[in-house]
Structure formats: structure tokens, C-alpha cells
Design a protein around this ligand. Structure first.
Ligand code: PMP
Length: 357
């Protein structure tokens, strides 16, 4: 096989190699049934086992309480930007920390009313608000929405905002990367394609009070109501069976690594190593404020775009890919999700440390 790349893509992104090997070995003949999982009915007992195993593994990882349930939907995290206001109604309070929270807020405004209660746009999205910076919410607010990790800007909350209102979090790019207390949230959603699996599935951990009782507008299409999918176990229509299988394997892999606390410690070590090299480098400056630095997406700049391009090209020659910043912001970004091996981070860090352009 071609030598495997050091893959720093932001998503779809690196998956655990052992999971890819499991998929490879089972792709043609799933569990010795004489057919591929992709050819199997989503109503079969075999697939039932897969989806239940996926839910069970996520439930163990996060110690998900009985008040909440796991769902697997389609339409990406972006569809959740719409489903949230369709299901929870107007009055969402949105903290704007980047491109995706802007999109979530704007989508809510197309469906009803919503408030942007804090934004770092004027500052180039370098920062996530610290607890003391959060304003009090408008009196009519009905829920609080935030993005725990800003994939494009490389910022991340290191705490969970406190509120009496339903708390909703777009956890797309730091899902299953660290422990959290699920009971603090009413809805967590994550496009799988960063930490949890391939694109095409969105994982939800949702409070049953929301998923089992529709309170939105009567004209809301059935397919956009959480209750529709919840009552059918995420199988109101044909789900992404392949994606759910890979999520099961990835979640079980995280368990085999020691669970969320253990993977978090590894993620911290990988990120600290890279940030140390950036901070010590005469040509580099990190994008995020110290308290907002992401453990998942490490963003930085060099003193000129030419140097950044030269470094990106040098990386290519060493099998390092995906470190060009998002097209909307430029600079450099190394996405170092759960499955990114420490050795790949070291390869990048060593190359960067010795680079002078
Ligand atoms: N939220 C965040 C934090 C993301 O990083 C992304 C995708 N990069 C999205 C939402 C949109 O996800 P999707 O493409 O699955 O709709």
C-alpha cells in the first residue's frame, strides 16, 4: 500500500487506522453473512445490532443518563441549524464564535426570531467568551446555543456555559474528544466527519423532553421534527447504515483507548506540543487567545503568505497534508483529532521547528 499520509485535514479527517482495517476486513463479508453491510436492510436484526452497539458505546463513553437518547440523522450539522428552531421555536440566544455559529444563528433568523448575544467577529474570531464575559440573556430567550469548538478559527471553550435555559451545543469538531456531563445539555449535535466517523451522519444526544414532544409550528414538515425520528429509533427513513457502523467502531476504539478522560489527556499532550513549537518559533504566531486555544484545530500564521505557502509545499514533500488554513481565513491549521497519531504531530512539529522559509 502507498505510505499513509500525516493527515491534518479538518474534516472529513483522519480515522483510527485500526478502524479502517476492521472496515476493510468486513467490507465484503459482514460477520460472515455473505454480504456487505452496505447491501443489508436497515430493518435486519444484524443492522439493529450495529445501531444498538453504536448507541451503547456512546452511552458508556459519556455515561448518558436515561433522560437523554442518541440519534443518528442526516443532512449534516447544517440541517440541525434549521431543525433546532423548527423544534424549539423562536427566541434562541446565539453566541457567535465563528463561521458555523454565524450560520446557525442566521438559519434560526430565517425560521423565526433569534438573538446574537455575543460575537467576536470584529476581533477576527480569536476568542470564545469566558464565563464573566457572557451577557445576561434577553428576557424572552428560549434556549442558548453555542459552538464548543470552532473548526475554522481554532478556538474552543474549556468550560460549559451555565444557564437555566435549554443548552444546545454544536459539538461537531470536538465530539468524543473529552469528558462532559451530558445532563448539562438539552441537545448536543455533531457532524460525524471529524472525530466520530465518515461524513453523512450527524450524531445527536438529545433530552427526551425535546425529542419526544414536538412543540413547534404545526406546518413544520414531519421529517424535520425530532419526534419523527425519535419514535422510529432514527429509522423513520433509511439511515446512513455504513456511517453508523463506522461510528460504532470509532466509539469502541475510544473505549479501548481508555475512554474520554484518557483520549483527552492524549489530545492535550498533542496540542501542547504543537503550541509550544508555535510559541517558540520566530516566524509564527498563534491565532487564538490563550484561554481559547483549541485542542482539535491548531491555527497559526507565519510572517508572510509566501512563507506559509513554502511551508505547505515542504510539508507535501514529507507526506504531511491538510495544513492550509480554511479558504475564508488563510494562515495554517493543523487539525489533530482523536485519531491523529502522536507521531504525526511530532513529524509536523519537528518540521515546523526547523523551518525558516
Ligand atoms: N459546525 C461545525 C463546528 C463544523 O466544523 C461544521 C463543518 N465543518 C459544521 C457545523 C457543518 O457541518 P456539515 O458540513 O456536516 O453540515
Amino acid at each position: 500500500m502507498t505510505e499513509r499520509k500525516h493527515n491534518f485535514n479538518a474534516g472529513p479527517a483522519v480515522l483510527p487506522y485500526s478502524v479502517l482495517k476492521q472496515v476493510h476486513s468486513q467490507l465484503l463479508d459482514f460477520d460472515q453473512l455473505g454480504l456487505s453491510l452496505m447491501e443489508m436492510s436497515h430493518r435486519s436484526p444484524e443492522f439493529d445490532q450495529v445501531i444498538n452497539d453504536a448507541k451503547a458505546s456512546l452511552t458508556r463513553l459519556y455515561s448518558i443518563p436515561d433522560t437523554h437518547e442518541v440519534m443518528f440523522l442526516q443532512g449534516g450539522a447544517s440541517l440541525q441549524f434549521a431543525m433546532i428552531p423548527y423544534n424549539l421555536g423562536s427566541g434562541g440566544a446565539y453566541i457567535n464564535t465563528g463561521t458555523w455559529s454565524t450560520r446557525a444563528y442566521k438559519e434560526a433568523c430565517t425560521i423565526g426570531t433569534a438573538d446574537e448575544i455575543w460575537s467576536d467577529e470584529g476581533n477576527g474570531f480569536k476568542h470564545v467568551p469566558q464565563p464573566e464575559e457572557l451577557p445576561s440573556l434577553p428576557a424572552a430567550s428560549t434556549y442558548l446555543h453555542y459552538t464548543s469548538n470552532n473548526t475554522i478559527y481554532g478556538t474552543q471553550y474549556q468550560y460549559v456555559p451555565k444557564t437555566e435555559l435549554p443548552l444546545i451545543c454544536d459539538m461537531s469538531s470536538d465530539f468524543i474528544s473529552r469528558p462532559i456531563n451530558v445532563a448539562d445539555f438539552d441537545l448536543i449535535y455533531a457532524g460525524a466527519q471529524k472525530n466520530a466517523g465518515p461524513s453523512g451522519v450527524t450524531v445527536l444526544i438529545i433530552k427526551k423532553a425535546i425529542s419526544r414532544h414536538f412543540v413547534g409550528d404545526a406546518r413544520t414538515p414531519k421529517i424535520l421534527r425530532y419526534v419523527t425520528q425519535a419514535e422510529k429509533g432514527s429509522m423513520y427513513n433509511t439511515p446512513n447504515t455504513f456511517g453508523i457502523w463506522v461510528i460504532k467502531l470509532v466509539a469502541e476504539w475510544v473505549e479501548s483507548q481508555g475512554g474520554l478522560a484518557a483520549i483527552h489527556a492524549l489530545n492535550q499532550a498533542k496540542a501542547n506540543h504543537l503550541y509550544d513549537v508555535i510559541d517558540a518559533h520566530p516566524l509564527c504566531v498563534g491565532h487564538a487567545t490563550d484561554v481559547s486555544r483549541s485542542l482539535m484545530n491548531v491555527t497559526f500564521r507565519m510572517d508572510s503568505e509566501d512563507r506559509e505557502q513554502a511551508f505547505t509545499q515542504l510539508c507535501q514533500t514529507k507526506g504531511i497534508i491538510g495544513i492550509k488554513g480554511h479558504r475564508s481565513v488563510g494562515g495554517l491549521r493543523a487539525s489533530i483529532y482523536n485519531a491523529m497519531p502522536q507521531s504525526s504531530v511530532e513529524t509536523l512539529a519537528d518540521l515546523l521547528a526547523s523551518f525558516r522559509g
